[in-house]
Write a protein that binds this ligand. Sequence first.
Ligand code: F6P
Length: 321
Amino acid sequence: IHTIGVMTSGGDSPGMNPGIRAVVRAGLANGLRVIGIEDGYEGLLNARFKELGARDVGGILQRGGTFLRTARSMEFKTPEGQRKAIRNLNNAGIDALVILGGDGSLTGGMALAAQGVPVVGIPASIDNDIFGTDMCIGVDTALNTIVDAINKLRDTASSHNRAFLVETMGRHCGYLAVQAGIITGAEMVVVPEFETPFEEVATAVDEAYKRGKLHCIIVVAEGAKLNATELAQKLEEMKLGFDTRVTVLGHVQRGGKPTAFDRFLATRFGVKAVEFLLSGQTGVMTGLDGREIVPVPLSQVVSRPRTLSEEYMKMARMLAR
Ligand code: F6P
């Protein structure tokens, strides 16, 4: 391997920039040429390539988003698209790829690896929904953003005696919601993985009011069956004592300076990805297993739902008194 390509794909996540920087500098330190591929698989299909030197990745460690930009590509999913991508890689002399992204991006990486392109994936998604790694890049920063927002909502909720339904991102995964619920002391958490009947939510609100609480925070994961707005309407109709408001945190959760944890994790993943490629490993993802970074075959990772800890759900309920 003489030249590696690095790209970010799918939804961005804070920490992608430190990840790219680590791949570039670790590549250069090992005598490789490094090419940045812009706009994810879209850029791969359109040969949007630029060589990256050490200085090109200076000053990005502390920036959210991805300076290579990202996209979601339908064309790449087709066999024709993948052939075109491989042709572009060959024309540019790119021998191997490091792909930072979520499940869809890693699925694309697996398809390329199956067709002979050496690929290492790095899990980057605020959702923390990727199997085979304890943490993905961006989760910690998103969680800190959520906690900060809920702390603020709690101030105003207590001042007005209100119940707030706070919608968090996560697609089909309730990780952000349950973690945030535990560490902000939310009265209730609603996630896609565990069914929560409306009556349970209503009881939590009712009890919080009767216990004399000045506020009630309910964290609702966006993928949950009971959606935050509908829940608020139904709770309002029940007149349980609190006024009801909804806050959808939305894409603010995807931005911002990566936290120390995310910078370090992304840096470790980036360095390991280069190491894996140089040792001939392909079709793998860098996975955090306890304190170690290990290669996990992409075939064991993609399209495999990550289970949400029931213990954390119980913890959230037990402590909300
Ligand atoms: O996968 C990251 C994520 O932010 C999900 O939490 C969310 O459902 C989705 O992406 C939003 O996608 P978009 O940026 O296309 O609106």
